[in-house]
Design a protein around this ligand. Structure first.
Ligand SMILES: [Zn+2]
Length: 887
């Protein structure tokens, strides 16, 4: 037990703080395009897919509650052909049916005014089955065991694609009950939100009728069907299943057990038990890349759910747990209680990210969830640590407030970014540690009880937390959710055992940023003493009783969403006190020191000086932070005169740790050792370590005759290094193995390796694979991004993408469309590319991509400037070292 002291020392006013301006949820004041006079209450939808033609036909009956007399019914539709419409049994003339394609609206003009009260609308329509994860989509896959090429169907509706499946009031505040009926081939298993109510043979297959859902938002509907199988268990009254394509359900055992554990935890935490009779976790072998929290029927990209104990890496295992925990948190935060409008998407995503991490950390302390890299090396992410990723983007001129206005569908889809997820999570974590875990949970329970089966705004959450904590949570929160950016706290030792604190906005590549202030829930300690807290409400504050000869650590364990910059005396004392700091505080010091370097506040010697002072250790999170930085610098310097010199220095920092770990896993080694070994192999390989490259090649060769000889944890790393330095023959070997396997995880490892090749001839062979169906659609796309990032030839990747943009964009889903082309530019470090992107976007990209284009341009400018600055600083630093010759 530790005691937290609340010290309010100096309040300095004069600069204004943001005040909460939002109001609690009311239906009538919720933004949106649809008129609020007509409310759907119950949908009955029947869909008949035609798999040969990739089309479907549908009918629906919608009961609506008319709250004020209307002449028209206005609802959403997209890429559906409306065949017929009738109201209260009376068919409307064709001239009364109008579709506004641009605004995705269907307007039905009524022959006479509709009176208030209950009415029914019947629609007949047809639509198409898509290749990408938008609306109803299909996937081709290789069946496990038989290798047969099969097809299956799935849906993806968030944010605004339910309207591609059936015409509907497709805004989150329009909650209703949904009853779905589908016709599928007789041997197929069909899955939706609710259990099957009845099944009946009909011409062309069977008709499956699902029970009606409770009141929910349209984007939470789901329909998946194919040659599927499942395993199941039970938690109290809830049936829990993992569903996968035939031959793979047993690989869902780990996810099934995890789901049961998580469900019990959440039933208790939220105070409202999971309300549906069943919870399905559905593995989908393509179509979309992530996971989607459809109520009662969560869909996952296969590798986010299926774990093969013999062949999957421990990173895959951890990722499964964390994704499942995130999605299941949405069953409450998102599904039972839904944000009223997309401007509050963070309520869904920031919360689920925080809750998922909290639950994962609770049951798996060995993972160091809050500290270690939580996202695998994905080309769409730069640094995996949630807090760090959020802060990187939030420091730029292109950032936005967590709560931001959303008017168009495209803006809604663009809201799914690091600020929404990761800054949201990071802020909630800071708030929870400030209010206390129990108080925070009590607030959440109040919130759930008060708003279940309804919608909310952020203010509803603050009100519940304020009631529970008796603290003005909305006042503290406003600065973090309603204004962009975050602060750096400057620490300066003063006479009389004092430390002066000054806050200012922390920015990167952002001149003349508006000055802002935050209410910062600070935590700090004199190293060795109990931690204390201070709500810093003004520009400056003073900490008392800080002995001049003792180290002071601000931001305990790095839980706060702010940076700290220490003056020289404080930094010197901290370096001396390093052995007394826990790993979380050391990682926090490393992260802040690196941030001071890339933001131009300190030279690189500050960061490497700290790295060299740390004892050689095998702490996963600490070493990963260093590895991330070395990798970033290495990529930045590719082709520059400093790159060999830097690689030599970087190897000298990492080799001692690898020597301590060795190539082979040892019995009883700590959990992080396998992960760290893999990271070191991968990064030392990138850094041109000849011993590592030779070791990877030898192990790959042995695995060609005995595939099990490679430890699952090491496979991605070893294959990546082999692919990086591949010749034609090795490239072919990797490709053949990738083609052969029906495991999506294994397949990905081989194709990732193909994207690594330094040899331009080879990546020119890798790139066209993105146009084939060798990889699931969502992954094929990212092959190009991987080449851009990993091969060191972003120019070849871009040339290819530009020539094939139409085909590539046809494979993206709603969330990816705006991001894809600009994203490929972020690996350039040359300002001329920023101009090229501007010109390209103007001629070829829709206006909705503007924000993503601006982000990419900012990133290129940042990299170009940083590269120049770093080169000079590195020369000085490395020349001061006496490095031995390369072996
Ligand atoms: Zn989510």
């Amino acid at each position: 037990m530790r005691v937290l002291l609340l010290l309010l020392l100096v309040l300095f006013s004069g600069t204004s703080l943001v005040r909460a301006v939002e109001k609690p949820f009311t239906f009538n004041e919720t933004p949106g395009k649809l008129p609020k006079e007509v409310l759907p209450t119950e949908y009955s939808i029947r869909i008949v897919p035609n798999i040969d033609n990739l089309t479907f036909s549908g009918t629906e009956v919608v009961n609506v509650n008319v709250r004020a007399r209307v002449h028209q019914l206005v609802l959403n539709t997209l890429e559906l052909k409306i065949e017929a419409a009738s109201v209260d049994g009376k068919e409307l003339p064709v001239s009364a049916i109008k579709v506004d394609h641009e605004n995705e609206l269907l307007t039905l003009t009524l022959p006479s005014e509709l009176t208030t009260g209950q009415h029914s609308l019947t629609l007949r329509f047809t639509g198409k089955i898509n290749e990408q994860g938008q609306g109803l989509f299909y996937m081709h896959y290789q069946e496990q065991g038989t290798g047969a090429r099969k097809i299956m169907l799935g849906t993806q509706f968030e944010a605004t694609d339910a309207r591609r499946f059936f015409p509907c009031w497709d805004e989150p505040a329009f909650r209703a009950r949904f009853q779905l009926t589908v016709v599928v081939p007789e041997t197929w298993l069909a899955v939706s939100n609710m259990p099957i109510e009845s099944e009946e043979k009909v011409a062309g297959g069977k008709e499956v009728r699902f029970a009606a859902t409770p009141s929910m938002s349209s984007y939470l509907n789901v329909f998946v069907a194919g040659d599927l199988e499942f395993i199941e268990s039970r938690v109290g009254p809830t049936q829990v299943r993992v569903i996968a394509t035939k031959g793979k359900a047993e690989l869902g055992r780990y996810a099934l057990d995890a789901s049961a554990q998580i469900l019990r935890y959440y039933n208790d935490y939220f105070g409202v038990p999971y309300p549906l009779p069943k919870l399905d976790q559905i593995a989908i072998p393509g179509g979309f890349g992530g996971a989607m929290e459809n109520w009662g029927g969560i869909t996952y990209y296969e590798t986010a759910l299926l774990f093969d104990p013999k062949n999957s890496s421990s990173e895959t295992k951890q990722n499964i747990y964390e994704v499942v925990a995130h999605e299941m948190a949405h069953m409450w935060f998102g599904d039972l209680v839904t944000m009223a409008w997309w401007d509050n998407l963070w309520l869904n995503e920031g919360f689920a990210s925080w809750m998922g991490s909290k639950c994962s950390a609770h049951f798996n302390p060995q993972w160091e969830v809050w500290l270690a890299r939580t996202v695998p090396r994905d080309p769409t992410r730069r640094m995996g640590i949630a807090r760090e990723a959020a802060m990187e983007g939030d420091a730029r001129s292109t950032t936005h407030a967590i709560q931001q206005p959303v008017t168009t569908e495209s803006e809604a889809n663009s809201s799914f970014d690091d600020i929404t997820y990761k800054k949201g999570q990071s802020f909630l974590r800071m708030l929870e540690s400030f209010l206390g875990e129990d108080v925070f949970r009590d607030g959440i329970r109040r919130y759930m009880a008060a708003h279940k089966y309804s919608n909310t705004t952020t203010v509803d959450l603050w009100n519940a937390l304020s009631e529970a904590s008796k603290k003005p949570v909305d006042e503290i929160a406003a600065g973090w959710t309603e204004q962009p950016g975050f602060p750096v706290v400057n620490v300066k030792r003063e006479a009389g055992h004092k430390a002066g604190l000054t806050q200012e906005r922390f920015t990167v590549n952002y001149k003349n940023a508006p000055a802002l202030l935050w209410k910062i829930p600070l935590t700090y300690s004199v190293v060795g003493k109990a931690p204390a807290t201070l709500l810093m409400t003004g520009k400056t504050a003073v900490l008392e009783n800080i002995p001049a000869d003792r180290a002071l650590k601000v931001n305990q364990k790095g839980t706060g969403n702010y940076r700290v910059k220490y003056d020289a005396p404080s930094w010197k004392l901290l370096l001396e006190a390093l052995p007394k700091l826990g790993v979380a505080d050391r990682v926090n010091l490393l992260s802040d020191a690196w941030a001071m370097v890339y933001s131009g506040r300190e030279p690189i010697s500050q960061y490497f000086g700290l790295v060299e002072k740390l004892p050689v250790s095998t702490e996963l999170a600490e070493r990963e932070q260093i590895i991330n930085v070395l990798e970033f610098i290495n990529r930045l310097l590719i082709g520059s005169p400093q790159d060999e010199k830097f690689q030599h220095y970087a190897r000298s920092l990492l080799q001692p740790t690898f020597k301590a770990l060795g190539w082979e896993p040892k019995a009883g080694e700590p959990f992080g050792a396998g992960r760290l070994r893999a990271s070191l192999i991968r990064t030392l390989g990138d850094l041109n370590d000849q011993e590592i490259i030779a070791g990877c090649r030898a192990r790959f060769k042995a695995s060609l005759t005995d595939a099990t000889s490679l430890a699952p944890d090491l496979r991605p790393a070893i294959l990546a290094v082999v692919g990086r330095y591949a010749d034609q023959k090795t490239w072919n070997e990797l490709h053949e193995r990738g083609l052969k396997t029906s495991s999506i995880e294994e397949k990905q490892n081989y194709y990732n390796a193909l994207a690594e090749a330094i040899d331009p001839k080879l990546i020119k062979k890798t790139l066209p694979i993105a146009l084939t169906d060798e990889l699931p659609t969502s992954r094929a796309l990212f092959l190009v991004a991987r080449v851009a990032r990993d091969s060191g030839h972003p120019e070849i990747a871009w040339e290819f993408a530009a020539a094939n943009m139409k085909v590539l964009l046809a494979k993206t889903d709603a969330a990816g469309t705006n991001r894809y082309a600009p994203g490929l530019f972020t690996f350039f470090t040359d300002n001329s590319r920023a101009i090229e992107l501007k010109t390209y976007a103007k001629a070829n990209l829709p206006p909705a991509t503007a924000r993503e284009v601006a982000k990419a341009i900012d990133e290129i400018q940042f990299r170009a400037e940083f590269k120049k600055r770093l080169a000079t600083q590195l020369n000085t630093w490395i020349d001061s070292k006496n490095l031995t010759k390369q072996h």
